[in-house]
Design a protein around this ligand. Sequence first.
Ligand code: A2P
Length: 266
Amino acid sequence: AEARPLQFPIPANVYAETVLSVKHYTDRLFSFRITRPQSLRFRSGEFVMIGLPNAEKPVYRAYSVASPAWDEELEFFSIKVPDGPLTSELQKIQVGDTVIMRQKSTGTLVVDALTPAKRLFMISTGTGIAPFASLLRDPDTYEKFDQLILTHTCRHNAELIYGQELVAALESDPLIGELTTGRVTLYNSTTREESARMGRITALIGSGKFYSDLGIEKLNPETDRVMICGSMHMLKDVKELAESLGFQEGSLSHPSSFVVERAFVG
Ligand code: A2P
């Protein structure tokens, strides 16, 4: 596709990157990859601020980088909001278009905010899976934890495809495939469409079905760590669940047993 002309100059101190691919999953979800600025450093699991050069003062939104820190491209997984200030336009991007990005990355869903443990549980809903797509492709994650359990809950089946493809591709990845073999479990469910497994993750954990389905020991702060990413309500409920099981929130300055981050929503 031919690049569409920019309507406005690129603001000072932002990266201007080129769209390399776009994949639409549903009328609500798409992923895209862009070139990576040479000087960008980030930790797997962090987010950056993304915008379009389509206004004098562009609108920026937080996007978790879905690709790992070693990747020479940047991947993002986005919702489409019909009248969202950014996503209503971002969903139209095509190969060759320009996406702008602020130069700083940040975020709490990083392995350095957790102490080492046997199992890492990554609990996500919707586009909250994005930072885990980064972490699951980073060798550092496998260095710190033996077993990685990714949960992904969405309203509809088609919204689970991104995560299914992500996990299915891990073992054949030339760089990290061998490291991941037999160590990653995907546990997904839908809440508003019939599927093999239905229900919110909080309900599935609460009822014990989560443990019996996987044949695993209950969540235990002695052996486990938890990362949480999803909507505001989901974060609150899963955080309360983790705290009720004895988990404590960690940070880079005080690593502990769980961390939380709100997924991009508009
Ligand atoms: P539900 O359909 O029962 O609301 P959304 O698209 O609204 O961000 O939701 C993504 C998924 O997160 C949906 O399956 C939704 O279930 C689920 N969800 C929403 N709120 C919570 C919550 N408080 N705890 C656990 N899961 C939630």
